[in-house]
Design a protein around this ligand. Structure first.
Ligand SMILES: [Zn+2]
Length: 162
């Protein structure tokens, strides 16, 4: 069991944070971007990067080869839709995808937009952690958080329209 403190200050005990989010015991800040039969998309606003999306399976498992055929189809369909929404609604040209199986949570894909400022932290995979830390430590301004929340709304609106 892990103790999670919610944004309202309440503390809940959960076995798996991904289960708690996808079953909507925990409401992610900014809300649910989209729900499909097998997947749930939200933003982790602890990393205030406009257009960042975390796509988590609803079922608790860790590895890609554990996806059922139905889940695999839903996964690629929703990943493509979200990617298109990032491009069309937010003008995001490139995205980095990150997913690790040795997680304390469960199956979830990070879709991290690539912005110009990120290149000072290097190219490719080694820049991902410094970029995320920079965002968490330095971009948590009121103005940027507002931008991030507006980005979530733009994605939601786009995904509901298509
Ligand atoms: Zn889980």
């Amino acid at each position: 069991m892990r103790s999670i403190t919610l944004s309202n200050g309440e503390t809940v005990e959960v076995n798996c944070l991904s289960c708690a989010i996808t079953s909507e015991i925990i409401e992610p800040e900014g809300g649910t971007i989209i729900n499909t039969e097998y997947f749930h998309a939200h933003q982790d606003v602890a990393y205030p990067i406009e257009g960042l999306v975390i796509l988590a399976s609803k079922r608790h498992f860790k590895s890609l080869d554990e996806l059922t055929d139905e889940e695999a189809k839903d996964f690629i369909d929703i990943t493509r839709k979200i990617r298109k929404a990032q491009r069309e609604a937010l003008g995001i040209e490139h995205v980095y995808y990150f997913y690790n199986e040795d997680t304390t949570h469960h199956f979830h894909l990070w879709m991290v937009p690539r912005y110009k400022w990120m290149y000072e932290f290097g190219h490719s995979v080694q820049s991902l952690r410094p970029v995320l830390l920079h965002a968490r430590n330095n971009l948590n301004t009121k103005e940027n958080r507002k931008r991030v929340l507006e980005g979530i709304e733009k994605l939601m609106r786009y995904l509901r329209l298509v």
